[in-house]
Design a protein around this ligand. Structure first.
Ligand code: ADP
Ligand code: MG
Length: 792
């Protein structure tokens, strides 16, 4: 209470007059909200009554006193509470009230003043505020505009951001899709990776195996290379031998030609001498004639001279007569002196003529002497020429003798050459392999497919190489000789004619034709005998043998030839020359042992083979052979109908034994020529055989593998050679390896569908080609044997 009194002046009475409107803004608020405080303040004023009672002036000095509306209203409505009769109290109360009213009025006036003041201030501040406001409004407007711009910009930004967002959204979708797909592919890749891992393992294993194989192959290659180099050295040695022999031969030939030339020049010389002799004789005759004519001329001249002399004498007589006449006609001398002069002149000229004639006579006599001298010389030269002629004749005889000698030597050299050639072939020692590719036939399926056979053109492989292309892979092979599809039967035969000759020289020769059915084995061996240029090796060999045996007959050789032809079907021998036709079925029985004909094969100690009950024909002409070949072909074709195309399912063996005897040299040779058309080599799986066919195929496979086993065993020089594993190898035992010459034709079909079989055939042939079997020996003896020989 005390603090309030200190802070606030007592209420001036003016405050009552001013009313509430004069209360400053902040104070009015106090009036409205702090009713309790105001009442307290009023009560404080009321309580001051005691202290401020005496002096109003002190009230004014008390400072400002605040009044609320209620206080003012209360003050206005306040009445003197003293009784009607207490005027004094009433006056006192009334003065107090007046005093308080005065304070209130004063407060009111003050408040009003402050209010006006404040109003003014407010006006000023309002104006400034208004100005500020306007400024602010302007600012705000510009700001608003700016903001609007920013807003629109932001809106645009928002739109663009929306667009971006949409784009981003689609991108996100794409990315999600991508991610999904990647996930899938990753899964797939993982799977692939797993499978690749497995494959890698497998490949690693394969690689290891291949590495091992490679090392083994490398070893083999090294060994082969060594072998090859040794062969090459050997070959080069042989070549040099051949070269020296050739050089000797050429030297001999050169000598022969020089002798021939010499002889011809001598002949020319002798002829010229003879000509000279004849000419000198003619000359001599001429000289004699000339001499005669000169003699005649001399006599003539002598006669003439005589005449001239006579003339002269007569002239002399005449001159004498004239002299007499002179005497007679002395008086006519003057006249006749002229005549005389003339006559003298005449006589002089005549004398001159006479002298001339004399000279001529001398000349002629000289000529005569020369001619006679010449004649003498000619006579001498004639005798000289004669002696020379005799000498030349002698020389000619000598030269002719020498020529004969040289010719003889040449024959011997030729023989030596043949022998050396043979030795080269012998030293080669391995089975030789020729490859023959038949032309594409109209029946072949693969006419429009790519060719599977190619022939390399490099110099070292030309004529010896053949490449087979199968499913894109090239398989190169080389053999002793390769005949392409264009090779004629004659060309093929030319290459083997030396071998056929060897049979005549006493060797055992085997020529095989190997290959699948339809590859041209029968065509190569037999050909088409009805057309001369398509005749095969068998008829051509026989022709050569007959021709050669005939020409060797001039050297004292007599040959005996025997022929047999058989077929091996299902390991059973079938005689193709048997006159008994039922034999075609005997093989079945022979197999079971019920037939009388066993066809057992035996070899004697001399290496000669005997087949019991086999028909053997002595042949001495090509005509006979042809009929036998026909018979065999017929016999085979009978089998063909009965035995399910047996011709390609059986081995055909043509055998010719050749025995030669030379009575003059007591030499004897025994050769054998075997020509074998093997059964088709196609594999079992391909033929899809069952039943009888299966048995057939198995028999063929067995005998072909037996043949290769024998060849490879011979090549490895094994102690045991399994000749007995098949009828074919057992039959040919003496003719395989050791002392025989073997040639194998591998026949190839160019039909692309046969490429697999062709590859098998070529691989087999290549293995055979690598075999060295032995050195062939010639079967000869100088002991003259009985003309009936055993045939091996
Ligand atoms: P294979 O005896 O191997 O079964 P062939 O000799 O019977 O085969 O030949 C099959 C076919 O092909 C025959 O028609 C034959 O005339 C023909 N032929 C084979 N080689 C030749 C060739 N070099 N020239 C022409 N035709 C051939
Ligand atoms: Mg055939």
């Amino acid at each position: 209470m005390a603090s309030r009194n200190q802070n606030r002046p007592p209420r001036s009475p003016n405050a009552k007059k001013e009313g509430l409107g004069g209360i400053p803004f902040d104070k009015r608020r106090k009036v409205e909200t702090q009713g309790t405080g105001r009442r307290q303040a009023f009560s404080a004023v009321n309580k001051q009554d005691v202290t401020m009672n005496s002096d109003v002036g002190s009230i004014e000095e008390c400072g400002k006193v605040e009044f609320t509306k209620d206080e003012v209203l209360a003050l206005l409505s306040e009445r003197a509470k003293a009784g009607k009769f207490d005027t004094k109290a009433k006056i006192e109360q009334m003065t107090d009230i007046i005093k308080r009213l005065k304070v209130c009025v004063k407060w009111f006036q003050q408040a009003d003043e402050t209010h006006i003041q404040e109003k003014e201030n407010l006006k000023v501040s309002l104006e400034s505020a208004e100005q500020k406001y306007n400024h602010k409004e302007l600012d705000a407007r510009t700001k608003e505009e700016e903001l609007q711009a920013t807003i629109s910009q932001l809106k645009e930004n928002v739109v663009s951001l929306h667009e971006k967002l949409a784009k981003e959204e689609s991108c996100k979708q794409d990315a999600i899709e991508c991610h999904r797909r990647e996930k899938e592919s990753r899964v797939a890749a993982e799977k692939v990776q797993a499978s690749l891992g497995e494959e890698l393992d497998k490949v690693k294993e394969e690689k290891m195996a291949a590495k091992q194989k490679v090392t083994s192959l490398e070893d083999m290659y090294k060994r082969l290379q060594e072998y090859n180099t040794s062969l090459q050295q050997y070959n080069s040695k042989l070549q040099t031998d051949l070269e020296t022999v050739r050089a000797a031969l050429t030297r001999a030939e050169k000598e022969k030609s020089s002798i021939l030339e010499n002889l011809s020049t001598l002949r020319g010389h002798s002829k010229s001498l003879q000509d000279q002799l004849a000419s000198s004789r003619v000359l001599q005759d001429d000289a004699i004639k000339q001499k005669d004519s000169l003699l005649l001329e001399v006599t003539n001249l002598r006669n003439e001279l005589q005449q001239v002399r006579d003339d002269r004498d007569r002239q002399v007589v005449q001159s004498q007569k004239l002299a007499e006449e002179i005497g007679k006609y002395q008086e006519n001398v003057g006249k006749s002196s002229q005549e005389l002069d003339i006559l003298i002149a005449k006589s002089g000229s005549l004398e001159e003529t006479c002298l001339l004639q004399k000279e001529r006579i001398n000349m002629l006599e000289q000529q005569l002497a020369i001619a006679s001298e010449r004649q003498k010389m000619a006579d001498a030269s004639v005798s000289l020429t004669r002696t020379e002629f005799e000498e030349q004749k002698h020389l000619l005889c000598e030269q002719q003798d020498r020529l004969a000698d040289m010719e003889h030597q040449l024959c011997e050299a030729e023989l030596l050459r043949k022998k050396l050639h043979n030795t080269i072939l012998e030293l080669k020692g391995n089975i030789r392999v020729f490859c023959r590719v038949r032309p594409l036939l109209p029946d072949d399926g693969g006419r429009h497919e790519a060719t599977v056979i190619a022939y390399p053109t490099s110099t070292e492989a030309r004529g010896r190489g053949v490449d087979l292309v199968q499913s894109g892979n090239k398989h190169p092979f080389t053999f002793d000789k390769v005949f392409n599809h264009e090779a004629s039967q004659e060309e093929v035969f030319f290459e083997i004619s030396q071998l056929v000759q060897s049979a005549l020289d006493g060797y055992k020769v085997c020529i095989f034709a190997y290959g699948q059915t339809g590859s041209g084995k029968t065509y190569t061996m037999m050909g088409r005998p009805e057309t001369p240029e398509q005749k095969g090796l068998i008829p051509r060999s026989l022709e050569q043998i007959f021709q050669a045996s005939q020409s060797l007959g001039a050297q004292g050789w007599k040959y005996k030839m025997q022929v047999s032809m058989l077929e091996i079907y299902n390991e059973t021998i079938r005689d193709l020359l048997s006159t008994n036709r039922t034999t075609s079925m005997e093989l079945v029985r022979a197999d079971s042992g019920t037939s009388g004909k066993q066809y057992t094969i035996t070899h004697d100690v001399n290496g000669h083979t005997h087949v019991s009950d086999l028909t053997i024909f002595d042949v001495c002409s090509i005509g006979k052979i042809s009929s036998l070949l026909q018979q065999a072909a017929q016999s085979r074709s009978v089998g063909k109908t009965q035995m399910n195309e047996q011709s390609s399912r059986s081995h055909f063996v043509f055998t010719m034994r050749i025995s030669g005897v030379n009575e003059s040299t007591e030499q004897q040779v025994q050769g054998v020529l075997n020509l074998i058309d093997l059964a088709g080599s196609e594999r079992l799986s391909k033929s899809g055989a069952t039943g009888d066919r299966l048995k057939e195929t198995q028999a063929i496979n067995k005998s072909l593998s037996a043949l290769s086993d024998v060849i490879f065993a011979l090549a490895k020089k094994e102690d045991h050679v399994p000749f007995r594993n098949s009828k074919l190898t057992y039959l040919l035992q003496p003719c395989l390896g050791g002392d025989s010459k073997t040639l194998m034709f591998v026949n190839i079909s160019p039909d692309p569908s046969s490429a697999g079989e062709s590859l098998c055939s070529l691989r087999f042939a290549a293995r055979v080609n690598a075999c060295e079997i032995g050195i062939p020996r010639r079967q000869t003896s100088t002991k003259l044997l009985d003309s009936r020989l055993s045939y091996g």
